[in-house]
Design a protein around this ligand. Structure first.
Ligand code: ATP
Ligand code: MG
Ligand code: MG
Ligand code: MG
Length: 486
């Protein structure tokens, strides 16, 4: 099943069950406390928090998402992209667990010819919330007695894994997640608690059931009572289902991503071997090819939604994605501009679902190619400065100081891994420890500046109406944090 057919099957299934199809919102979240749309529910936050009256009581969507917090996983695990699509169905005070759980099962296991995804029911495992004497007995009962999942494949897990809240007083509730067993070739037996690579998470069902009065941390909060109107929020990773249905090893090999990977492989002359084994000599290049395929697609989709490269916020994320792609190609021996080859490959893979990436490609490509050219110039001028420093170090200390590495980074935006690589080629080491401590000092200065700035403007007021006008921030999903430089 192609990604586009997965999306269509999803929307059809829930449309037939009274859901209004809602087009994907922009990757640039309307919610000012979030850099990007990180989940299918984000555009519906005002309905879930009862700030706005929903125009429908049931909705279905395929939402474009960006999760920068997953960037280090990309290419390393089989299942994390910076860009992905979350298929979701939502109930605003309408149906609840008794409907959504059997529907989820029906959609996953009904044969494809009959409008489902045709997964083997024997391979599905589910989790329910069970911690101490708090237990979501309703969910367990529905999975076991109504759906008929054998008890040993219904796993109880605690708050850390299976409880949703926003990080603020407001709605919260238990989750139930569905996992697919990829088989013994992918890891140890025993269910998702034992091995999340073999048992891959595909779908999260969130039951917004309670009103939380105080939230001290994700796992420490007070439940004030039941919500007057209970909601359902679910999210299934479209690429994860695609990798299962397309019989490929990971999400980067699915139909909307693979063409970029192949193009990068052809350009670099590095054969892609699909290995996820770090001890395999092909692993490093395979990770690079997967990462490039992901990052180029994310860049395409971000620019399409109006993001331009810059030094902070969303623009910085885009800049990093482009630079990491260029850098990874360089590590495979390609030193010329690569986006003019890679970006069209991504456009062609995505345009069936997102026609705007084709109609607006002139603008999108102009932004992307200019950023790549600027980075190549940075590399060229930084390299000249670095070679000078290498000459001096060879005469003297025999190693490059952290100062040099830092100033290259600071002045030219020259990535540290590039400094390390070029220094190593010249037989020199770099004082990385000093470099890191200089970076840390700089980060702390920047944070102080940001705090000083922030004091002057009002942050998000998402739940403020509900909570006496206090200024609170939505932190229920990941935000950009603690990322290393390019
Ligand atoms: P994981 O534990 O694998 O990181 P998650 O629990 O963070 O996933 P949820 O927040 O529950 O993910 O999101 C709902 C669904 O979206 C997941 O079940 C998964 O199928 C999909 N998903 C989440 N993050 C990613 C990602 N970075 N790339 C692709 N799909 C994702
Ligand atoms: Mg995650
Ligand atoms: Mg998870
Ligand atoms: Mg999850």
């Amino acid at each position: 099943m192609k990604s586009q057919d997965i999306a269509r099957t999803w929307v059809d299934f829930f449309s037939k069950r009274g859901h209004t199809p809602v087009p994907s919102a922009s990757l640039v979240s309307a919610d000012p406390s979030l850099l990007f749309t990180v989940a299918g529910m984000v555009p519906f936050i005002p309905y879930f928090t009862a700030q706005q009256e929903p125009p429908y009581s049931r909705a279905v969507s395929i939402q474009k998402c960006i999760r920068t917090a997953d960037i280090e996983e990309v290419g390393q695990t089989s299942r994390h992209g910076t860009f992905f699509q979350m298929a979701g169905n939502f109930s605003f005070g309408d149906y609840f667990k008794a409907e959504v759980i059997p529907w989820a099962w029906e959609l996953l296991t009904t044969p494809q010819a009959a409008g489902g995804f045709g997964l083997d029911p024997e391979r599905l495992w589910v989790t329910v919330y069970e911690e101490g004497d708090e237990r979501d007995d309703d969910a367990r009962r529905i999975w076991e007695d109504v759906v008929g999942v054998p008890r040993e494949r219904v796993i109880g897990t605690g708050k850390a894994d299976n409880y949703w809240n926003t990080g603020q007083p407001g709605p919260g509730g238990p989750c139930s997640e569905i996992y697919y067993d990829r088989g013994p070739a992918y890891g140890q037996e025993g269910g998702p608690a034992v091995d999340e690579t073999r048992y891959i998470e595909i779908w999260n069902l969130v039951f917004m059931q309670y009103r939380l009065s105080a939230v001290r941390s994700k796992t420490d909060f007070d439940v004030a009572g039941e919500l007057p109107q209970k909601n359902i929020d679910t999210g299934l990773g479209l690429e994860r289902l695609a990798m299962i249905l397309q019989g490929v090893e990971n999400m980067y090999e699915t139909d909307q991503v693979r063409p970029v990977l192949d193009k990068a492989s052809a350009l670099s002359g590095k054969e892609y071997t699909s290995t996820e084994d770090p001890s395999d000599p092909n692993h490093a290049n395979d990770v690079r090819l997967r990462m490039i395929a992901d990052h180029v697609r994310s860049s395409l989709m971000l620019i399409s939604d109006g993001v331009v490269p810059g030094n902070e916020g969303r623009g910085y994320v885009l800049r990093r994605l482009i630079r990491r792609s260029v850098r990874a190609m360089r590590l495979m021996g390609v030193e010329t501009a690569v986006l003019p080859e890679l970006l069209p490959a991504s456009r062609d893979a995505m345009k069936g679902v997102y026609p705007e990436v084709e109609t607006d490609f002139e603008r999108i490509s102009r932004v992307a190619y200019a950023e790549e050219r600027a980075f190549l110039r940075t590399i060229a001028s930084g390299t000249a400065r670095l070679e000078e420093a290498i000459g001096e170090a060879k005469q003297g200390a025999g190693a490059l100081s952290g100062d040099v590495a830092f100033s290259l980074h600071d002045t030219y935006g020259f990535p540290i891994d590039l400094t390390l690589e070029i220094a190593a080629e010249a037989g020199l080491s770099v004082d990385e420890q000093q470099f890191r401590s200089l970076m840390k000092e700089q980060r702390e200065r920047a944070q102080q500046d940001a705090r000083a700035k922030k004091a002057g403007h009002t942050d998000l007021t998402l739940f403020s109406k509900l909570h006496g006008g206090r200024d609170v921030r939505f932190t229920g999903y990941e935000t950009l944090s603690g990322e290393s430089p390019v």
